[in-house]
Ligand binder design. Structure first.
Ligand code: ADP
Length: 407
């Protein structure tokens, strides 16, 4: 019987995150992270299934390219001791997370030369991501050329937005000439989490109005009406919207022009200012890591508290605006590192929202740390939920589906 092992890859500039899943029973066989690609001392942290338990292994090796890194990954996966499969042929297919698919894709696709060209075309829109996804796809072509590959785009879920949601009020020609519009990101997460939440409440997603808050280092909110994304807070780039770890989120663009003049900032310096020195890190002066911010708040650090208050207020604004756009709200979901774990941020965000039918039960909220749960009182009009995201599982499922349909 052919295996249904799907390898999921998320290739970044100097890292490859991987997961091998047996889709016959949705079981994780191995997962891990190769970091510091390009250096002599790249690190591979490998977790693998042995019997019923997961074990850890760590390797330090010279890894100059993504192809080399993925070659080491294959050695690990088929290793006599640390491995979980006998042969590369035991991999049914490879699914790649691809950040930007532009306006080409509304769903996952089988990787062909045309698809690769489209991903290449979107490099201008996602220079920090798409080149590395392509490198990953090409590494697989080199190493296991007969194995099918699927691309799953972060932008695809948001292609259902109407022009009134995705257009910016610039001269229209800038849209046709340069593709200046809202694309939105984290689509795989928003899609997975909203579908799972609908399952949890036992209702068809087609009948639900959902707001999903994906709050990690990068953060975005999505309005999902009847299972379709109708608006989202990230925009042309992942800078827009919420206050993030080191990204500013929305601001008056004139500020940037003003500062570029005042401080003689180059385009590169301006880019670094809004992407790397802003957000929680910039306001608090403490850190871009939410756990550290919360610790500082407990010690009475005023700017850390300001950073948390601004974050919660910005989320609240989006919830209000999306409830207005959808003319209602059934489920409000929190996910990703901060959303799944921060009892405090969920509490601050949901304070004084009873006008919208949103409230949380403090005890239920406290218990839901990194686990699925409904944290609103039974009487609440809107169900407030914690749903851990699992983008890899969705990518693996979609990869298996696309390949099976083609066979
Ligand atoms: P990304 O995938 O965007 O890099 P994650 O979804 O892993 O980010 O989220 C990382 C964020 O989650 C960090 O700011 C981290 O501090 C925060 N986080 C993780 N665990 C907790 C926790 N227990 N309490 C509060 N914040 C947490």
């Amino acid at each position: 019987m052919t295996s249904m092992n799907v390898l999921v890859l998320n290739c970044g500039s100097s890292s490859v995150k991987y997961e091998l899943m047996d889709m016959k029973n949705s079981r994780r066989l191995a997962r891990g992270l190769i970091e510091r690609i390009g250096l002599d001392d790249a690190v591979v942290n490998h977790h693998y299934l042995e019997g019923e338990d997961y074990k850890d292994a760590k390797l330090v090796r010279e890894v100059k390219t993504h192809t080399q890194g993925i070659k080491i990954l294959f050695e690990l996966l088929t290793d006599e001791k640390l491995g979980v499969i006998k042969d590369f042929k035991d991999i049914y297919g490879v699914g790649h997370r691809v950040v930007h698919g532009g306006e080409h894709y509304t769903g996952p696709v089988y990787v062909t030369e045309d698809v690769k060209n489209d991903i290449k075309e979107c490099i201008e829109l996602a220079p920090l991501h798409n080149p590395h996804h392509l490198a990953g796809i090409e590494a697989i072509e080199d190493l296991i050329p007969d194995q099918p590959q699927v691309a799953v785009f972060d932008t695809a879920f948001h292609q259902s937005m109407e022009p009134s949601s995705y257009m910016y009020a610039f001269p229209y020609e800038l849209y046709t000439k340069y593709g200046i519009r809202r694309y939105g990101f984290h689509g795989t997460s928003h899609r997975y989490v909203s579908a799972r939440a609908a399952e949890m409440v036992g209702k068809p997603i087609e009948e639900l109005k959902i707001i999903c808050c994906h709050l990690g280092n990068g953060a975005s909110i999505c309005a999902i009406d009847g299972g379709k994304s109708v608006n989202t807070s990230m925009g042309f780039t992942p800078l827009a919207g919420l206050v993030m770890g080191t990204r500013s989120g929305d601001f008056d663009p004139m500020i940037l022009l003003y500062l570029m003049g005042k401080e003689s900032l180059s385009q590169c310096e301006a880019n670094t200012l809004i992407n790397k020195y802003s957000g929680l890190a910039g306001i608090s002066g403490v850190s871009g890591d939410f756990r550290e911010i919360i610790e500082s708040c407990k010690e009475g650090h005023e700017r850390a508290q300001l950073a948390v208050d601004m974050t919660a207020l910005r989320i609240k604004h989006f919830i209000g605006s999306y409830a207005a756009q959808m003319n209602g709200l059934d489920l409000l979901i929190f996910t990703a590192g901060i959303g799944e774990n921060s009892v405090e941020l969920r509490e601050y965000t949901c304070q004084d929202m009873d006008y919208l039918g949103i409230s949380i039960d403090k005890e239920k909220n406290k218990k839901a740390r990194g686990v699925e749960g409904i944290i609103s009182p039974d009487s609440s009009k809107v169900k407030v939920m914690v749903v851990p995201t699992d983008e890899e599982l969705l990518i693996a499922r979609e990869t298996a589906r696309i390949i099976s349909e083609r066979k």
